[in-house]
Design a protein around this ligand. Sequence first.
Ligand code: NAD
Ligand code: MG
Length: 405
Amino acid sequence: SPADIRRVAVLGATGSIGTSALDVIARHPQRMRATVLAAGGRVDALLQLCVAHRPEHAVIADPALYPRLRDGLREAGLDTRAHAGDEALQALAAGPDCDTVVAAIVGAAGLGSTLAAARAGKRLLLANKESLVLAGELVMAAVREAGAEIVPIDSEHSAVFQCLRSCRDTGVRRIVLTASGGPFRGRSHASLAEVTPAQAVAHPKWSMGPKISVDSATLMNKGLEVIEAHHLFGLPGSRIDVLVHPQSLVHALVEYVDGSTLAQLGLPDMRTALAVGLGWPERIESGVAGLDLLSQGRLEFEAPDMDAFPCLGLARGAMEAGGTAPAVLNAANEEAVSAFLQGRVGFLAIPALVEDALAALPAAPATSLEALLQADADARRVTRQMIEHRSPGGAPATPPQDARH
Ligand code: NAD
Ligand code: MG
């Protein structure tokens, strides 16, 4: 009956995760439909999605684009109501027109709607890992207090979530998150000085948005994921390991005290994790083919190179420091990645800027959202200043002489 239909808000609908989520939703018209679609600035892409999925509400983050959205919906003959801005987004994420929220906005910009959905007790399909890095304790407390249900979408965390459901969550010795190693696996630190944004976003295994692609190339993504796993599964950093696995077929492993290790495997396609979240506790079709291990041939594993990729260690350090440190790490990284993508700083400036921001803004205790948002704002200001001083005339920081490979 219509009352049983899952009503899904897809936040970040025009992005890589958002379009994958809509692909899965469209395969199950009897079980679920997209009732709210939200995007940042790509209003024409959002309008196209509205034509295809006929949601009840469409939200564009940038208020200047509201007239274009409203008029475009009307011209297309749709009943979809237009909204703009973060307040409208949070109200819809918490409101009665959805029971499930796919949180797939990129960066700290996703925190407000993630928190709103958690506080409203929704089923929260969380892809936006930055909100857990920035305010993990607050998000998880809101989930507990409101009785919300969080299903991780990040592939590694979906894998852990699936493995943990084999029995009660007791007796976990450690979890292991796998990393593809990104496009620069096997390279030395110095040889990365002159890599370009185009090389950095060309991920060998996953097709993703530009920010997370750069994070995968620096291994900051895995650092953010260690912090994410700490909040989702309640384990200290010392029991969350990282293993490089170039084939990206084993997504994570859970080791138990009895010596048993469970792993989740699958092709690198985010629709599997999205189908787990959308269908849970039932398994539903995702459009992803099964895994043919015979044709894959080989599964390899190696330790991450902590010298070539300092971001993983920086993230672990920020997690241990606690308080405002993860918020500073995340904000400095967002600013540094954005400057790198714009060609304003080199690739190695990303870990250097994050390290300098963490040194400039020592960890302070933070229990309130205001304190964390202040740390986020301070880190962005400090990092932007350092970017300007680093690159007079917009040139990347001078690479070492032996930088060419
Ligand atoms: P993307 O860049 O492809 O898409 C980002 C989406 O967020 C777009 O729809 C954009 O319009 C929207 N957006 C940006 N700023 C916004 C704002 N201020 N308000 C509202 N909407 C805004 O990114 P993606 O690769 O889909 O990643 C989204 C999130 O999922 C990230 O947190 C990422 O770390 C996480 N994630 C992605 C993947 C993947 O395979 N792509 C895997 C794991 C986790
Ligand atoms: Mg991941």
